[in-house]
Design a protein. Sequence first.
Length: 434
Amino acid sequence: MQKLKKIQLLTAIFLFCYQALLAQKPENEVPSEYIKISGQYRIRPEYRNGYRTLAFDTTSGESFIGQRARLIVDYKKNKIAFYTSLQDSRTWGDEEQRKDIGRLQFNEAWLELALPQGFSIKMGRQELAYDDHRILGNLDWANLTISHDALLVKYTNKKKDFNWHIGGAYNQVGEPLFGAKYNLKNYKHLGFTWMKKDLTKIHSTLGAMAVMNGMTPTDTFQKAANTSYTIGPVFNFSNKGWKAIAGAYYQTGKTDNNLSISAYMVNGYVEYRKSKLFGGLGTDLLSGNSDNTLTTESNNFSTLYATNHKFYGYMDYFLTFPGDTKQRGLIDMYVRFGIAPKKEFTFTLDVHSFSLANPNNIAAKKIAKGLGQELDLMFDYKPTPIISLQVGYCMMFATKNMELIKGGDATNYNGWAYVMLKVSPTLFIHEFTN
């Protein structure tokens, strides 16, 4: 009997290991109907001394270790897709050892039903990430990413070269019996539509997005949400080592404090890659108020729910608009150099030059346009499909104008460094054959 139990145990261990090995297939080999259990562990030690804002004479740099762990269940069968991502996010040592502080949360928990004629409907907590993430993104850099409790209708044509999505969300606190004011720092309602067409003959894609964003008004006597409207196209090109992207967005409507919006954002980037080397040039322009902007109007463009860490420098001096520019907009001109000596290694250097879109001549201390330069040096190493390591070092060389925008001292050392390890194994996968 004991021998039989040992054989059964060894068989179970063997089958589990065998399934785990099968699970490490490339993504394009994942079956069409399956259940998959996967995980993610990410750890990122950081040293900050001038990250997000200039260092003061009275401050010193500090280090910490952040981590994120996820357990993911992914199911797809009989025209039903079900996905959950349970996560724990923490900074090492930020709670007392014997205190019971709940941290587990669902980053995603959604159901998608396939419908006839290429349609499907997706509902529940989900990430909304489109195009290059400039308007709707998941902000995966942060331990707590951007998720939405939303309903989404999706369409793909038979050729699979045209996609159209339309979705929305409506937020409420609890289950009120009567009219209640929504005071959380989220939108009250969100509506959007997105389309993308593959232009294979010219090696390009053309997309367009429109977003309706309703915010609770700051006026406590106003009941209806103040709504802004953002619309714009994005164009992508890739062929023979060349890559280019260009986007333009216009924003109108009302701010949460009832100002009339007329704002815009344009961006462009061109890159050429030959053998192991690549380089690119890019620029971003976000409009802002000028000295002549009326008190009832706003020319500030809001990037809404973007992954702004991808843009405007990795030191995140410009994450939120218009707050991080004192409502004066931003111009970011940058160059990128890179080398990939092997497919597992990539070295990248970005140099940004920041300035305000408009100076501020009516402030107590006049603020000119020039804000400074940022240097971002990155090293990426990916030895296997499930393991990645990234090391980064960044420095800000600011002007006195940056002091007036962000505070701190431009003459101080302002730097930031981190090491990030991410492991994303597939623990189990089973293919449905019927």
